[in-house]
Design a protein around this ligand. Structure first.
Ligand code: PEP
Ligand code: MG
Length: 324
């Protein structure tokens, strides 16, 4: 197995007809970094910064954050590391920053929290920017954006941090700033968001939950939570098309990108980057290397006509079996 992985790591992720699909990884801990590099990741599509925050008993200082972020950026340089600003609330609450709400997934979450606490946001962005000095492989990504107003407000804060640091004598560049598309309103405003952002990245975990009104962590309704629901697939295709209409790159960093059947569909939809858990990367790469882009596009055409998630799942399973 190790030998197979080693050989696969060196091979490019491309279809039989040489269509390249960058496979990136989702990280949170330094342990993920080692595994990701072993599997040949070409970048980080989602670094969940809340994970180091969760492992503490108080907010890490700007300098503590800088050290943690520098480690991630250095480990992957020259590859890109996409750092998501703090995404707490919903299912993720910090012991030292309790948020108690009846409906946390519709409450104070992600960018909503950090726009209300610009001091938290600014310290984090300053730490990221300082960490990127001399490496320039940072991208900043904003979670739970549901309007253009939030994107504009967050960008203003990033630029403020950037100008402060320039004045303090740091030699840094403004990084690409991107938006997670994980709320239905962002799907319908993908064009406007893409016009103002440097990249979009679909968070299909939350997008599925919000489109289907199914709590992603509730076992009782787990049967209803399906990223292959035709409504989700249509939303994904529409985000790619709208992002590309503005010349903006569109990736995906939800769990579905690590599912081989889903990865084929996502590639055919035109996603520019698939970002996944490192564990799934070799499997996805083998499947993409065994198919042509045309076959994938034909499969997508077929799947987009199906009425429900179950028939999509069956069709993909059959296609994967036929492909061996
Ligand atoms: C998502 O929602 O798909 C996502 C990638 O973010 P998280 O799972 O951290 O909410
Ligand atoms: Mg999310």
């Amino acid at each position: 197995l190790i030998k197979g992985l080693e050989a696969l790591k060196k091979l490019p992720c491309e279809t039989l007809d040489h269509h390249r699909v960058p496979l990136w990884v989702n990280t949170g801990l330094m342990a993920d970094v080692v595994r990701s590099l072993e599997r040949g990741a070409e970048g980080v599509g989602l670094y969940r910064t809340e994970i180091p925050f969760l492992l503490r008993d108080r907010f890490p200082s700007e300098e503590e954050q800088r050290i943690i972020y520098r480690e991630q950026l250095e480990a992957f340089a020259p590859h890109t590391v996409t750092m998501r600003t703090l995404d707490v609330g919903g299912d993720k609450s910090l012991p030292y920053f309790p948020i108690d709400e009846d409906n946390p997934f519709l409450g104070w979450r992600g960018i909503r929290v950090t726009l209300d606490h610009p001091e938290i946001f600014l310290a984090q962005v300053r730490a990221m920017l300082k960490a990127s000095e001399g490496l320039n492989n940072l991208r900043i990504m904003l979670p739970m954006i549901s309007s253009v107003t939030e994107l504009d407000a967050a960008k203003t804060l990033v630029y403020r941090a950037y100008h402060e640091l320039l004045e303090e004598g740091h030699r840094i560049e403004i990084p690409p700033i991107g938006v997670m598309v994980e709320v239905p309103s962002a799907v319908y405003q993908a064009r406007e968001l893409a016009a103002r952002a440097d990249f979009l990245s679909v968070g299909s975990n939350d997008l599925t939950q919000y489109l289907l009104a199914v709590d992603r962590n509730n076992a009782r309704v787990a049967d209803l939570y399906h990223a292959f629901h035709p409504a989700v697939l249509r939303a994904l295709q529409s985000v790619v098309n709208d992002g590309h209409s503005q010349g903006t790159s569109v990736g995906i960093c939800g769990e579905m990108a690590g599912d081989p059947g889903a990865a084929i569909l996502l590639m055919a939809m035109g996603f520019d980057v698939l970002s996944m858990n490192a564990t799934n990367l070799p499997k996805v790469k083998s499947v993409i290397r065994g198919i042509t882009l045309e076959q994938a596009e034909n499969l997508l055409d077929e799947v987009m006509l199906l009425p429900d998630a179950e028939s999509v799942t069956r069709t993909l399973e059959k296609a994967l079996q036929d492909a061996g």
